[in-house]
Design a protein around this ligand. Structure first.
Ligand code: PGA
Length: 247
């Protein structure tokens, strides 16, 4: 593992994805061991799958318990029926919640089935604040620079809200949904400022497809054109990449 700081972002280039996942899982286990009521922020997508597998195996080995912890997911699709197989709620159940011991009432995703999604978004923002804020946020980055579903054009002051998905995000989601028509057009996402309020942010990026956006995060001007660049200057952010994403 090589450690360096670029533009105020502490960057770890790991020899493999697995090394990175073990390191982050160990940090999460240590965090919850020290603060059992810790609040975590989770991401979905292909990037964090191995991390969640590692958390599940630490739990199975009796080395990690989320029994008193709570968590908030970054985002959720709007306009899918409840229980849809490609909703992030289903995804989180399959990849994490079924394998660890969070109390169900302590796992939160935006309420995309509420009659008024904008109100549901503000309630989500308040619920995070009432829980004491997020201690550690796990974050992927989209190839277009999005964090959560804060697509290009999202400003630093954005809060949890209803957003339209960028075309490139919907094209990337075709892998999961099978066709572009099946991919939702809207979501509720934590805003950029909601994410920046987390005390620790752990950004993960793996594979050659992420090399360009990792470069932009570390070197481009800070701008809403690449919302990930707003992470620069956050005192608790770390970027964890494999050699391919490091370019
Ligand atoms: P991915 O998505 O993990 O599936 O690459 C990352 C993101 O869009 O935030």
């Amino acid at each position: 593992m090589i450690r360096s700081t670029r533009n105020s972002i502490l960057t770890f280039v790991h020899a493999s994805r697995e090394e990175c996942e073990r390191a982050l899982a160990a940090e999460i286990a240590e965090c919850v061991a020290r603060s059992p009521f810790a609040v975590f922020g989770w991401a979905t997508g292909s990037t964090p799958i191995g991390l969640y597998r590692e958390l599940a195996s630490l739990h199975a080995a009796g080395r990690l318990s989320f029994a008193r912890a709570s968590c908030f997911n970054l985002d959720e699709y709007l306009d899918l029926p409840a229980g849809h197989p490609h909703s992030f709620a289903t995804w989180m159940r399959e990849h994490l919640f079924a394998h660890v011991d969070f109390a169900r009432a302590h796992t939160h995703l935006p309420d995309v089935h509420a009659p008024d999604p904008e109100q549901a978004a503000s309630r989500y923002e308040s619920a995070i604040a009432q829980a004491g804020g997020i201690e550690l946020q796990v974050l992927g980055i989209g190839r277009n620079g999005h964090i959560g579903f804060n697509e290009p054009g999202s400003t630093r002051d954005t809060r949890t809200r209803v957003v339209e998905l960028a075309e490139s995000t919907r094209v990337d989601a075709c892998r999961t949904f099978g066709s572009l028509d099946a991919v939702p057009r809207r979501a509720i996402t934590m805003g950029v400022s909601t994410i920046l309020a987390a005390r620790r942010i752990r950004v993960l990026a793996f594979g050659r497809a992420k090399a360009a956006v990792v470069h932009a995060l570390l070197h481009d001007a800070v701008s809403a054109e690449c919302p990930a660049t707003f992470l620069r200057g956050h005192p608790g952010v770390e970027l964890h990449v494999d050699a391919e994403a490091a370019g």
